[in-house]
Design a protein around this ligand. Structure first.
Ligand code: TTP
Ligand code: MG
Length: 371
């Protein structure tokens, strides 16, 4: 049994509140108290990156067309994002988190996991550490964070979302299973929209429904992922907090013997490379969230086009995306000397992290003093 499962862990998930919007409000006091929407502007077919909590009351949320946000709240302040500023603030936040643990895994600009199992701060109380993190972040960045404290990543992340904004929620080891019981399957780690729909068709709506299914029955319907879902349904998630990601990207490229301007040939080559990378990715049990196409024209001028997705993509989707990305270059109209594909934003495929017998061992002891 892996070390991570043999002992109760203490995991904290930190997630900044309405991150981009909060930074804008901080830097522009005239915005305070108003509905604020950060993202593309309504007249430019843009989408909402985020909205502050005032704007969310009108039903505005991330990824919504900005034009729709404008209809929902015509007097909201629409602001273009300042990514450089968000990146700097993010670095500042991650630096603060590293004062509390060596084991910090950033998930995005405004989100991170910490493993504080072995921490001596506050006599090892994860709850007190989370309180202190929130206080230091507020003091040094003038921004609020929400924290979730639990015994694995899955539940720590659920917990941080429960009392937003400025929340602190603890799911203690003995509360985990009951908690998962009532959780809609769409909120389970690794269950995307397609799987959620499939589960609902099978009558699986909540953790309790999931728990009624045997591991084998789930595996029959969902493949290896079925074992993963069975584990989550028991409130278990053995994924370690990874302070160092072993790999950030995987790519391939080719310099042609003769420059190519035939778009069909270029698309075929792109597809070949994409299949090759996706095969490698699968062999490593990794999945990717970003895909990038690189084109060097015959005069050595080089462009890249990339796109990121919340959900990891498969080979078929990747092939579609790279085609779309190539169309955004001048390849075909101009001759191409080099063509390449890279996937990044890598993470381990959740369901392959474990094999079926792992959680049949009931010996994992629950210690929860000072949780
Ligand atoms: P989130 O943490 O998902 O959202 P949030 O911090 O704005 O709000 P909260 O956590 O309080 O619910 O995302 C962090 C930032 O990432 C967000 O401020 C803007 C950006 N983002 C996008 O650009 N597009 C998106 O679709 C999402 C979800 C986030
Ligand atoms: Mg956030």
């Amino acid at each position: 049994m892996p070390e991570s499962m043999s002992r109760q862990r203490k995991i904290i998930h930190i997630d900044m509140d309405a991150f981009y919007a909060a930074v804008e409000e901080r830097d522009r006091p005239d915005l305070v108290g108003k509905p604020v929407v950060v993202g593309g502007l309504p007249n430019s077919r843009g989408v909402v990156a985020t909205a502050n909590y005032e704007a969310r009351r009108y039903g505005i949320h991330s990824a919504m067309p900005a034009s729709q946000a404008l209809r929902l709240c015509p007097f909201a302040e629409f602001i273009r994002p300042r990514f450089d500023v968000y990146r700097d603030v993010s670095r500042q936040i991650m630096e603060i988190l590293r004062r509390f643990s060596d084991c910090v895994e950033p998930l995005s600009l405004d989100e991170a996991y910490l493993d504080v199992t072995d921490s001596h701060h506050f006599r090892g109380s994860a709850t007190r550490i989370a309180q202190s993190i929130k206080a230091v972040v507020l003091q040094e960045t003038r921004l609020t964070a929400s924290a979730g404290v639990s015994y694995n990543k899955f539940l720590a992340k659920i917990a941080s979302g429960l009392n937003k904004p400025n929340g602190l929620t603890v799911i203690r080891p003995e509360e985990g299973p009951r908690f998962v019981h009532d959780l809609p399957v769409g909120q389970f780690y690794g269950i995307g929209k397609a799987t959620e729909t499939k589960m609902k068709k099978l009558g699986i709506h909540s953790g309790a429904d999931l728990l009624r299914w045997s591991q084998n029955a789930l595996a029959l319907h969902f493949g290896k992922a079925g074992y993963w879902y069975a584990l989550l349904a028991r409130g278990e998630d053995p994924r370690p907090v990874r302070a160092h990601r072993p790999r950030k990207s995987l790519g391939t490229e080719i310099t042609f013997a003769h420059d190519i301007s035939d778009i069909q040939l270029l698309l075929e080559e792109l597809e070949r490379q994409t299949h090759e990378i996706m095969k490698k990715l699968n062999a490593h049990d990794w999945q990717a969230h970003t895909v990038t196409v690189k084109v060097r024209y015959d005069n050595f001028e080089q462009v890249t086009r990339s796109q990121s997705f919340r959900q990891a993509f498969d080979a078929t989707q990747a092939c579609l995306y790279v085609r779309q990305l190539l169309q955004k270059t001048e390849a075909g109209n101009r001759s191409v000397r080099l063509l390449g594909v890279t996937v990044s934003g890598l993470e381990e495929t959740p369901e392959t992290l474990l094999q079926p017998p792992l959680w049949q061992d009931e010996s994992s002891k629950i210690e929860h003093d000072l949780f």
